[in-house]
Design a protein around this ligand. Structure first.
Ligand SMILES: [Zn+2]
Length: 339
């Protein structure tokens, strides 16, 4: 039995989006320590706000200001924060229904431990020291002080109140009822955001793919045959996607094959040491019933064609073919089922 293969995989890109009037007001509001929601035609207040009523699909834009304190409606404890999460100490993921809102906002709660968190807990916003117009302008939520503790904390509260631009409705220093209408206008509004998206995981191939990868390292290209429809899949996935049955019969394929379709790549990928332009192709290996894909080299891009016969090229030490090159054989008929 071969050892289990594992590989770290990171998919990462900055996601840039422009903001419409509702999200622009919401995020600019956070920068100004103001939480805005929208009121739907039926009178519900949605926080975070959306542009369209989720019940009626009606466009909505009636902004309202809600409180910066609220109630935990559900929660989950995160004992082991991962890099990039809002807090680097253990915290609770919480849904918080802010005062004046009918829906709950997903955020995190800074609490000493899970025993300090419960549904119904009163919490309030802890603003980030530096705010840019992003959901992270709310650094986190924190439990509201108990009434008896409030007197002791008064000095501290006064200091905080002095730092605040104005009393905030729905909190201990704001008697006004929430929600209150808001025109969403702020100086220097935020018009777009860049959200880093990152997926970081360990990939472990299953039985069929592991066997295929071990064979590749020995410069053999193996597939598996479906016991029902007899098709040979390379690389094998362990089951026939058409018949839904497990594939177990290992079949040697290639190494030569035929180009069934291709594209010319003109954009250089980061972290990929291949000069552009180059050709990426679907290649039907001899003996396989479905094409795999690989890079074609050793021939000018404009001479690559459907039907071109190719063979894999392994570089010293490579665990898989680096690319495919022309064999010099006459072109082959690919057959329609390969397209
Ligand atoms: Zn099948």
């Amino acid at each position: 039995m071969s050892s289990t293969l594992r590989a770290p995989v990171v998919v990462e890109f900055p996601f840039t989006r422009s903001l419409g009037p509702v999200q622009r007001a919401f995020l600019t509001g956070l920068r100004e320590r103001t939480v805005l929601g929208v009121r739907t035609g039926s009178g519900r207040v949605l926080v975070p706000p959306v542009e369209y009523d989720p019940d009626t699909a009606e466009e909505i834009g009636a902004l309202v200001r809600v409180g910066t304190a609220g109630t935990v409606t559900t929660w989950a404890w995160n004992p082991d924060p991962r890099p990039g999460q809002p807090l680097d100490t253990p915290f609770a993921w919480v849904l918080v229904r802010l005062d004046g809102a009918d829906t709950a906002l997903l955020h995190v709660l800074d609490a000493p431990g899970p025993e300090a968190v419960r549904t119904g807990l009163r919490v309030r916003v802890r603003w980030a020291a530096e705010r840019t117009g992003a959901i992270t302008d709310i650094a986190c939520f924190e439990p509201e002080p108990e009434p008896e503790a409030e007197a002791e904390a008064e000095t501290e509260m006064e200091t905080e109140a002095e730092a605040a631009p104005e009393p905030v409705p729905g909190t201990e220093d704001g008697a006004a009822a929430v929600p209150v209408p808001h025109d969403g206008t702020f100086p220097d509004p935020v018009t777009g955001i860049v959200t880093p998206a990152r997926l970081d995981y360990t990939y472990t191939p299953g039985r069929a793919q592991s066997a295929h990868l071990h064979a590749l390292a020995e410069r053999r290209i193996t597939g598996e045959r479906c016991p029902s429809c007899r098709k040979v899949y390379v690389p094998p996935r362990g089951a026939c996607p058409t018949c839904g049955v497990a594939t177990t019969e290992e079949v040697a394929t290639g190494p030569r094959g035929t180009v069934t379709t291709y594209c010319v790549v003109n954009i250089k990928a980061r972290n990929l040491d291949i000069d552009v332009p180059y050709v990426y192709a679907h290649i039907a290996l001899d003996g396989a019933d479905l094409p795999l894909h690989g890079r074609i080299a050793g021939i000018p891009c404009d001479q690559v064609r459907v039907g071109l016969r190719v063979e894999p090229v392994w570089k010293p030490g490579d665990l898989h073919p680096d690319h495919y090159r022309p064999t010099g054989e006459p072109d082959a008929d690919t057959g329609e089922e390969m397209l």
